[in-house]
Design a protein around this ligand. Structure first.
Ligand SMILES: Nc1ncnc2c1ncn2[C@@H]1O[C@H](COP(=O)(O)OP(=O)(O)OP(=O)(O)O)[C@@H](O)[C@H]1O
Length: 383
């Protein structure tokens, strides 16, 4: 089952078709390249991580040494790759890029490591997806700057230690919980990136518009920011779609009218929900009177696979407090009814005294009371 709380699904498949998915394909990454901040002081938000990282880098530069290895964790699209590039640029070092899934065998990693030059930064994206033997090779390389090259096979095989020049690993992960402790411990600095608030996203949008050579009104930037789900990648994507609309259907100006009209065409609502998110919310409220309803039943109602509903739509709905997961199934919160602009029916979940509860960090019910004690209408697959 997908982890909806600590981790962030890779969101491929269905999610690839969405405007509000936090992931990106190769084509989009190419479009993004022009918008990446190049220096730490151009990087918007993440004040704490930025300051801590700046100290690590400045101290290393002052000592004329390579900095500690850096682990960056957080949901997709918040700037991990960008920060890895900034780290190399700030150090005046070159950057080598690879990823956990690209390294199938320990030998692939040994080849990358043994070709590193002094002071280089090695960026390993999705480091939690490294194969176990590669992970073990990496521990040694990070700690002792050594890689053991295995020569021969079977009983006659021997390991020849190969000394490596000092270098810095920057690892990025959407699921730091999946990293084995020995690997996590090799990173001297870990920065966790959080979702951005609306004023920060507004700054990202204004900066990106400048780089794209388009003028944008503050009202439009504000509107796009509010629909970007706390994620700069989504903010930049929505900005590009508003620019398209302004060019094709408008008068070229990126104003509030263009922002509203474009985002209506692309079905991104004022809080960043798209068609699937709204279908789930709508089914939960209108068809199941707010729940609780099992995941399978809910998915069938919106014509999607349970996995799609669980990994694509639900994380943001839960994060925004529109949907809660209870032992009896999914429920709509008061915020969901409010967002849809409909009055909850009498007795709907969360509207009667004693039926409120605070989901704990795992999305499980903390103190489930009232009607949740009884059998739910669906008796479905639950969370
Ligand atoms: N703090 C920021 N300031 C300005 N732009 C940002 C910031 N963070 C991210 N961006 C922009 O958002 C886009 C996505 O960022 P990036 O590729 O670094 O995310 P990521 O966390 O590495 O995502 P993934 O986990 O999918 O690889 C880039 O175009 C980048 O320029």
């Amino acid at each position: 089952m997908a982890d909806l709380t600590g981790g962030y699904p890779d969101q491929d498949g269905y999610a690839g078709e969405r405007l509000v998915t936090a992931g990106a394909d190769e084509i989009e990454r190419a479009a993004e390249a022009a918008l990446r901040p190049k220096k730490l002081d151009e990087f918007v938000g993440q004040v704490v991580v930025r300051e801590q990282l700046s100290l690590v880098l400045q101290a290393a530069l002052a000592r004329e040494a390579t900095p500690d290895h850096v682990l960056l964790s957080g949901p997709p699209g918040l700037g991990k790759t960008t920060l890895a590039m900034i780290i190399a640029a700030e150090l005046g070092a070159s950057l080598r890029v690879t990823s956990g899934p690209a390294i199938q065998h320990a030998g692939d990693l040994a080849a990358v490591l043994s070709s590193l030059e002094e002071g280089e930064v090695l960026f390993i994206d999705e480091i939690h997806r490294l194969a176990r033997p590669a992970e073990e090779l990496l521990y040694v390389a990070m700690e002792d700057f050594r890689v053991d090259v295995v020569v021969g096979k079977g009983a006659g095989a021997s390991a020849i230690p190969l000394a490596l020049p000092p270098f810095t690993v920057v690892g990025a992960t959407t699921r730091s919980g999946l990293l084995p402790a020995p690997l996590r411990d090799r990173f001297g600095f870990t920065g966790h990136l959080d979702f951005y608030d609306a004023p920060e996203l507004e700054r990202v949008i204004l900066r990106s518009a400048g780089l794209l050579g388009v003028e944008i009104q503050h009202g439009a930037a504000h509107e796009i920011a509010g629909r970007s789900r706390g994620t700069p990648r989504i903010a930049n994507r929505l900005l590009r779609r508003v620019r398209d609309w302004a060019q094709v259907r408008g008068d070229g100006r990126l104003d509030l009218r263009a922002a509203h009209a474009a985002l209506e065409v692309y079905e991104v609502d004022p809080i960043g929900l798209d068609r699937l998110d709204r279908a789930v919310l709508d089914a939960l409220c209108r068809r199941f009177a707010g729940g609780p309803v099992g995941l399978g039943t809910l998915a069938m109602t919106v014509g999607e696979e349970p996995d799609t509903v669980e990994t694509v739509a639900e994380p943001y709905l839960v994060r925004e407090g529109l949907v809660a997961r209870t032992p009896r199934g999914r429920v709509a919160t008061a915020a969901a009814w409010q967002h849809l602009g409909i009055q909850p029916p009498p007795g709907a979940w969360g509207t009667t005294p004693g039926s409120l509860f605070d989901p704990d960090e795992d999305g499980r019910a903390g103190s489930v009371a009232g009607r949740l004690q009884g059998p739910g209408p669906s008796g479905g697959s639950g969370p």
